[in-house]
Design a protein around this ligand. Structure first.
Ligand SMILES: Cc1cc2nc3c(=O)[nH]c(=O)nc-3n(C[C@H](O)[C@H](O)[C@H](O)COP(=O)(O)OP(=O)(O)OC[C@H]3O[C@@H](n4cnc5c(N)ncnc54)[C@H](O)[C@@H]3O)c2cc1C
Length: 448
């Protein structure tokens, strides 16, 4: 492996470095606007003796707990989650492409648990909203007055025949979604591939995804690593999408396809990964013309995603419409309150809404959920609404990203004056690699 692969910054001359330093200084006030405490001053506490149960202690669960601690005076707040480690998932693409060490994406939930919140280290196995009861995987029965559902989503690798997550990191298999270890192993497989070059197949399922930009970033970064290693000339990258696009927002889709065309990344639409023969390095795709077998040297597997079983199998899931198959949580997309169970709210990836499976979504939606819940506890109607804000710094090469921000209707909603959406920007790269983790931690603590 070439030494250059450890570089995380583009090579610049003195003039370029000075210019970027100036740009960074100029841009920092704008960046901090995105991480500033937009809703830090929560309204005065509502007095209540209610029991609020939060299922999940990821970004959504912890940020909701932090805010509810301030908003509710006298409430008992309980978090239910058996996971001890807290992962900064937006950093996975950086780990999986050799840019960040894994330590940057691994923390302890205990360090972010708000004082005064009870943490039960078990998972929800059943939710019975008629009885206002949650049963844990160890059989504990927890009654609640109000429920915040925030267990993220389930990665359904099992729907791909022959796929074995234990193979990630060897036999040319990568998958950036499989936790922090999966990110490390993906870089291991990618590094081995990049050293020799060959045929890479990148995949995209048809279900809703968390950070739908991540599979695209992996294609861009793989191409960049091949270029850097000098093996691009003997390589081929093909992106097989199950859908008729690679990204759900048309303008972003177009911008990515134009770039890929110029970079020599080819795309097949309506090619869904059906099966993989890991030993033979052969993948089977369903296409409008029937099944297609393709051999590969590197396969990036993006699994279908759905709501966790506890939600999917409960009365809280959508029963009809686009979100029913995935068992996503049936919330009103504006108030984020459950449409049939008024004491239930949803936050984060689990929500069955048109868009919004990013950490940036949680930042914007958490104040809406917590204040609306406080209003309901106080006997009022929810007053705040959420616009579906979703954001993703789409890394296009090492040293540049596009900061994509949009709402439920797919309208671009840029928030930073210095960043032109759909344009490669070093500042968006700076945000991705330097500024967004502190912003994420501020959200966890209910301070942004
Ligand atoms: C590869 C990748 C790249 C990403 N890039 C970006 C990015 O650039 N920008 C961005 O904004 N976002 C990005 N994201 C998305 C972002 O990380 C998620 O949207 C965010 O973490 C969602 O928070 P959450 O709390 O809903 O889910 P999570 O953070 O996944 O937390 C869910 C929690 O619920 C727990 N849980 C699960 N089931 C149960 C149960 N039955 N009972 C109790 N607890 C349960 C889990 O243990 C976990 O702790 C990325 C994600 C990935 C995977």
């Amino acid at each position: 492996m070439k030494k250059a692969m450890a570089h995380t910054e583009p090579v610049l001359d003195a003039h370029g470095r000075a210019r970027r330093k100036l740009l960074a200084l100029a841009a920092l006030p704008a960046a901090t606007a995105t991480i500033s405490p937009s809703h830090a001053v929560d309204r005065p506490a509502t007095k209540t003796s209610a029991h609020v149960l939060i299922v999940g202690s990821g970004l959504a669960g912890l940020s909701a707990a932090s805010r509810l601690r301030r908003l509710l005076d006298g409430a008992t707040i309980t978090i239910l989650d058996g996971k001890e480690i807290h992962n900064y998932q937006p950093g996975y693409t950086l780990v999986a492409s050799g840019i960040w060490p894994v330590e940057k994406v691994v923390d302890r939930n205990a360090d972010f648990m708000p004082i005064g919140v009870e943490w039960i280290r078990e998972h929800a196995a059943e939710i019975d909203p008629d009885a206002k009861l949650v049963v844990t995987d160890r059989g504990r029965r927890i009654r609640y007055d109000f429920l915040v559902v925030a267990p993220g989503l389930h990665l359904d690798y099992g729907l791909i025949e022959g796929m074995d997550t234990a193979a990630i990191g060897r036999d040319g298999i990568g998958s950036v979604y499989h936790g922090h270890e999966g990110a490390v192993l993906t870089w291991k497989a990618m590094r081995a591939f990049v050293a020799r070059g060959g045929r890479a197949i990148m995949t995209l399922p048809s279900t809703a995804l968390k950070c739908a930009g991540a599979p695209l970033k992996m294609a861009f970064l793989l191409r960049d690593r091949l270029h850097e290693a000098g093996t691009l000339g003997r390589s081929q990258i093909t992106f097989n999408s199950s859908l008729a696009n690679v990204f759900g927002v048309p303008q972003v889709n177009e911008a990515v396809l134009v770039r890929w065309d110029a970079l020599g990344i080819s795309v097949n639409f309506e090619h869904g990964l059906k099966a993989v023969d890991i030993t033979r390095r052969e993948a089977t795709f369903t296409t409008p013309l029937g099944e297609e077998n393709t051999s590969y040297d590197f396969l990036h597997v993006v699994p279908p995603m759905r709501a966790p079983d506890a939600v999917k199998n409960s009365p809280l899931a959508w029963r009809e419409g686009d979100f029913a198959a995935g068992g996503w949580l049936e919330v009103d997309e504006r108030t984020l309150r459950h449409r049939r169970f008024p004491e239930v709210f949803g936050l984060g990836d689990v929500n069955g809404t048109r868009r919004g499976k990013t950490a940036a979504t949680v930042k914007k939606a958490c104040p809406v959920v917590t204040r609306n819940l406080a209003a309901v506890i106080a006997g009022k109607e929810p007053a705040l609404t959420f616009d579906g804000y979703t954001s993703c710094p789409l890394v296009v090469r090492i040293g540049a990203a596009m900061l994509i921000e949009f709402d439920y209707d797919g309208r671009l909603t840029p928030t930073l004056p210095l960043i032109e959406p759909l344009q490669d920007s070093w500042f968006a790269w700076l945000m991705k690699t330097r500024l967004l983790k502190p912003a994420y931690v501020a959200v966890l603590k209910g301070r942004a």
